[in-house]
Design a protein around this ligand. Sequence first.
Ligand SMILES: Cc1cc2nc3c(=O)[nH]c(=O)nc-3n(C[C@H](O)[C@H](O)[C@H](O)COP(=O)(O)OP(=O)(O)OC[C@H]3O[C@@H](n4cnc5c(N)ncnc54)[C@H](O)[C@@H]3O)c2cc1C
Length: 398
Amino acid sequence: MRNRTVLISGGGIAGPALAFWLRRYGFAVTVVERAPGPRPGGQLVDVRGTAREVVDRMGLTDRIRAECVHEQGMAYVDARGRVRARMPVHAFAGEGIVADIEIERGDLARILYEETRDRVEYLFDDSIDTLTQDADGVRVTFDRSAPRTVDLVIGADGSHSHTRALAFGPESAYARPLGAYLAYFGTPYPARDGWFTLHNAPGARVIGTRPTRHGTSSVLVSFAASELDVDRGDRAAQQRLVAARFADVGWRAGELLAAMADAADFYFDRYAQVRMDSWHTGRVALLGDAAWCPSPLTGQGTSLALVGAYVLAGELAAAGGDHRVGYRRYEQALRAHVTKGQEIPGGGVGGFLPAGRTAIRLRDASMRALTSRPLRGLATRLFFSHADGLTLPEYAAG
Ligand SMILES: Cc1cc2nc3c(=O)[nH]c(=O)nc-3n(C[C@H](O)[C@H](O)[C@H](O)COP(=O)(O)OP(=O)(O)OC[C@H]3O[C@@H](n4cnc5c(N)ncnc54)[C@H](O)[C@@H]3O)c2cc1C
């Protein structure tokens, strides 16, 4: 086989999933991850549609199921906590919907790491510094580890991918901001029930709680804003900004935001999608959020990463390691599936963040109507179009 050594940047979801499959096909794999270990944090992510088949083929369905969280659905409440609309997951049973697997992102990242760590080299607390490719390989220098030359480099280092910046150019050329920001953090407050409970406030703001596997709740806040001048590394400034934006919001906002300062897993970012004409250049390719971040508003990021990892590894193996063939087929097989996965369901950003009281009431009313029996088919198409239209290719094990 040509091109046996593969360096993957990013040990999140896409990176370890790719490492899993590449190892199975006989490649020698190294994963470099900037964090000191498998990175915890994040809320519930969905493994849906075609991705369920991928985890099945990995033999991980039972392991993942053992750690998954059974959320009842979404409930919208007013400033006094009265439920205005619900979107129960079970309402769609019998509509051709196979229930999603919901698992905390950090738990899934840890499972994928544990499944690969014995056969894959992990370099934690490190990052690629420079990449120089020629006809024979890619010369890589790191922040900490000794330089080395590998056959292929895959950037699976998330929506702000450093590999993409090094090999394809600046993020601004590929990231399309969606005009809104989000923060997540865990709280010690017990989950009151199994619902993802959300309160929309005028000014295009939403705050919500979700149950965790440990019986506590995690918080999501989102608000519409054009580009904000806040440093991605300045957690204190981000928290001040969130606190100021939600200072006058009712429901449980005050209590929930009080837990923000102590949260070890506080995460803040803008909503943006990544759109690229090509996911590879020479010996370097991109995967997952680095290549096509659909944004958390789609609920598809994790599923696309798992499916993408399966296809990229399979096509490289099927091409005998020839990256020119393997990378091209990877794109051909996935492009339409990814484009579909980038569609934001339920009215886009405006549907999630209605601007004023009337828009909030209208959204609640449409939610109630959509869960009524005659309109469930429409809701199924609007919210559950899982892009499970991809028939997974079969690749021979190495
Ligand atoms: C902490 C965190 C929390 C998240 N929470 C949610 C959530 O609640 N809901 C949701 O829908 N999506 C969430 N996401 C995004 C979600 O994980 C992805 O959309 C999806 O799973 C695709 O995964 P990925 O592996 O492509 O990217 P990611 O999961 O973002 O993983 C990328 C990995 O690359 C690492 N990395 C970044 N830069 C470098 C570098 N220079 N060198 C080496 N490694 C690097 C990161 O530390 C991270 O481990 C979160 C991502 C992170 C990192």
